[in-house]
Structure formats: C-alpha cells, structure tokens
Write a protein that binds this ligand. Structure first.
Ligand code: PMP
Length: 440
C-alpha cells in the first residue's frame, strides 16, 4: 500500500525532492482528471504535471499515437535525424502558430525539459546580438539549471547556489495585487516607463541587453497575468530598440490560458517562443520557435543526445491536433471564467482570500492574513502557513493543487483543459470545505 512505498521513498530518495512531500501518495492509476493511489483512494488532479497534462491523464488520442509508433517500427531514438513523425509534428506546430509568425519562424528541438529550451533561447539571442545581459522579471520562473535559475526571479531555491550566471537583471513584473507601482492602469504605465528609462539611460548599466525573457502569465510566481496593455508596451519598447523578446510559454502554451498561446491575447508576437510541458502530449519534449533572422548560431551551439523523442513528438502532434479540432482553448477560457467567478464568490464568504485571478485555466487564489495591517498599497500580508494548511485540507479531501507564488501563498489551479463543468463544481465544493476548515 501507500505507507510501505512512502517509507521506502523517505529512506532512498533525495532531500531535494519537492512534490512528494506535499502530496504523500503513490499513484497506481490515472485517467482524465483523476489519479488513484495504492490504497484505492481517488484524487482530482488540478496540478496535472504543473500544467503538462492538457488532455488529462492517459487520453485516448495520446495512447493511440504512442501505440502507433510502437507498431510501425519507427525508430525510438535518432538524435536529431529526421523522421516522418518529426516532420508531421513540425507541421502541426507551425499550423498552430499565428500565420504571420509561422511564416518567418524556424524551430529547434531541445533537450526534453523546459529549462533546456530556455537555455537554448538565451544562447540564441546572445549569439545573434553579440550582447550579454539578459533582463527578466521579479517572480519569474524559467527552470532549475544554472542558466535558467540565474534568470529566474524566485529567490528561495537559489539562495544557497553561489556564482550563478552573471549579467541577469530583474525588472518589476506588473503583479497587480502587489505591484510596486500601484494597481491598475497607472501602475502598468509607470512600470513600462521604468523599463524604457532603464534601457535608455546609461546610468542603469544595461543599455542594450541580448534579450528580455518574460512569461505572459507568471506560473510558479503565482498565476499572475500581465495586463494586456503592459504586454503591448513591452513589445513596442523591445521592437523599437531591436531587443529580442523571448516569451516563455512553457506553462501558458497550448491552450492553457484560453488561446493556443498566451501572447495572442495581447495581439503581439515574440521573437523567440519557448515551448515544453503540454507540447509533448504528456511526454518530455521542448522546442524553441524563433524569427529566422536570429538563426545565426553555428551547428553545435545547442545540442544534446535526447532531442525530440519520437513518442513525445507523436503524442504531442496528436494532442495538438485534438486541441485545435475540439477548440479546447475557447473551452478553457469558458471554464476558467466560470471557475474564477465561483472562486470570487467563495472569496466573499471567507476572510483569507486576498485575490482571485487568472487567464483561462491558469488560476491563482492568494491567501492573506486579514488580522495584520495591510501594506502601503492596501494588500494584506501573505499567509504561508494558512496556504499550506488549505493545501493539506484539500489533499485530505481528494483534491491535488499546487501552492506557489513569491511567498508560497498562492493556491494554483491548473486542471486539465478537458475538465467538465460538473468536475469544476466538485473541485469548488472540496476547495470551499477545505478553506472553511483551515480557517477555523
Ligand atoms: N518556464 C516556465 C514558465 C515554467 O513554468 C517551467 C516549469 N515549471 C520551466 C520554464 C522549466 O521547465 P522544466 O521544469 O521542464 O525544466
């Protein structure tokens, strides 16, 4: 049963493991929105591989695609020598991109993780521009390798890893609930003016960076959507100065936010697009798709053995096709809007929810301590212990959800895009009971 496996895990696995501590279960079976543990207890999975499982666990189209590869004796591994599976995957990715971007884009297959693709993106813009600084954002998350950790804003995990990659600079993200420049339009305007000023003023020390990397909705940073006008400003500012804009859609991509890609909400386009997680239809895969004018790196600048697993490409292509055919981005927007609305009505009933926000099915509920004094801009202090307690109360009610954000106080909901309205109601019911019980 669960207990036996968990005690072996405790004995043999690393201290750096993270999710198993929050969710002490061993998963035996998984289907759709549900996972079942060794003792037969069923959970609703609103973590879904941190947004990887767009179609939920073990979706038919994904299983069939993998089985087809097995049956047709296609090679399972080729380094990056091409195959019909790979060409079909590229076709599907290009057909999913906005046409104007697809027409000028090239794709590069990276190692199987999001972090590896971010590494590629950073090297791509450095080689193309000859510049060295990378600008990123406070609260941003781009991975856990040395390079990606260096450009991630989250302080916690890097405080004991010394001598990270130099020349990373952090800009304030327009996190409306706790924006250093104040909330609403005025805050966004000051934030973008600040960036413009920093880029044009030699006193800032970073006159021309090699690139700016941004998440359209910060994921690990607490499901924080950047305001649309701010995104448009960021695009204008970078374009005018010829600074490549890297949009990291590892978590937001493939329908999650209610559009195939989150940048489409703002009507902008990246110079470099980073994709992983859902792009492999549950299997490990990552790519960068970029403006061909940047394609100046030499062969060998970004390599590695496992780039483009055939089964992941087949699964990814099948998942992408299904998501396009079934209009799942629109569906995710509709379900996300409903979920946010219902969470806001829970917010009215309880005292510890400071903010409910999101775009599509990428949602954050910020847990605060209303017993303490609000800070300067009127938001209450974060309440880490209570957020953890709510997460535990949810877990014991059979609901798996993530806690993230800068102070570990944002309950994050990233359910599979195929979640039904009835299942959302069930999630809400369990969450509502959990928060009432945690507050008591
Ligand atoms: N970028 C973003 C926006 C992410 O959310 C993540 C993973 N949570 C990564 C990069 C890194 O991906 P991976 O964990 O596959 O390395």
């Amino acid at each position: 049963g669960n207990e036996a496996i968990l005690s072996m895990q405790e004995k043999r696995e690393s201290n750096a493991r993270s999710y198993p501590r929050k969710f002490p279960l061993a998963i035996k079976r998984a289907e759709g929105v549900h996972v079942t543990d060794m003792d037969g207890k069923q959970y609703m999975d609103c973590l879904a591989g941190a947004g990887t499982l767009a179609l939920g666990h073990n979706h038919m189209v994904v299983r069939e695609a993998i089985e087809n590869v097995m049956q047709s004796y296609l090679p399972l591994h080729t380094l990056d020598i091409t195959t019909p599976v790979k060409e079909a995957f590229i076709d599907e990715v290009f057909a999913s991109l906005p046409q104007s971007f697809a027409e000028k884009a090239k794709i590069h297959f990276c190692g199987p993780t999001g972090a590896d693709a971010v590494e590629a993106a950073l090297k791509l813009v450095k080689t193309a521009t000859g510049d060295r600084a990378i600008l990123s954002f406070q609260g941003g998350y781009h991975g856990s390798t040395h390079g990606t950790m260096s450009v991630s804003g989250t302080i916690g995990p890097k405080k004991n890893v010394h001598a990270l990659v130099p020349d990373a600079h952090f800009l304030p993200y327009p996190y409306e609930y706790r924006c250093p420049f104040g909330m609403g339009k005025e805050g966004h305007r000051i934030s973008s003016t600040y960036i413009e000023n920093l880029l044009d003023n030699p006193e800032g020390g970073i006159v021309k960076p090699a690139g700016i990397i941004v998440e359209v909705v910060q994921g690990e940073g607490g499901s924080v959507p950047a305001p649309i006008e701010w995104l448009k400003e960021l695009r204008r500012i970078t374009k005018e100065r010829d600074i490549p804009l890297i949009i990291d859609e590892v978590q937001t991509g493939i329908g999650r936010t209610g559009k195939m890609f989150a940048f489409e909400h703002a009507g902008i386009e990246p110079d470099v697009l980073v994709l992983s997680k859902a792009i492999g239809g549950s299997l490990p895969l990552s790519v960068v798709v970029y403006d061909r004018s940047l394609d100046q790196w030499e062969p060998g600048t970004h390599i590695g053995t496992f780039r483009g697993n055939q089964m992941a490409m087949a699964a990814g292509q099948a998942a992408l096709r299904f998501i396009n055919e079934k209009h799942l981005p629109e569906y995710a927007l509709e379900m996300g809007t409903y979920l946010i609305e219902q969470l806001k009505s829970i917010q009215e009933r309880v005292s510890s929810i400071g903010d409910v926000r999101g775009r599509g099915l990428m949602i954050g509920v910020e847990i605060i301590n209303p017993m303490k004094q609000p800070n300067g801009i009127g938001s209450y202090p974060a309440y880490t212990d209570l957020a953890k307690k709510i997460q535990q109360e949810c877990f014991s009610r059979g609901l798996i959800l993530e806690v993230g954000g800068r102070f570990d106080t944002v309950i994050r909901l990233l359910p599979p895009l195929i979640i039904s309205k009835e299942q959302i109601d069930e999630v809400l019911q369990r969450f509502s009971e959990a928060i009432t019980s945690a507050e008591a």
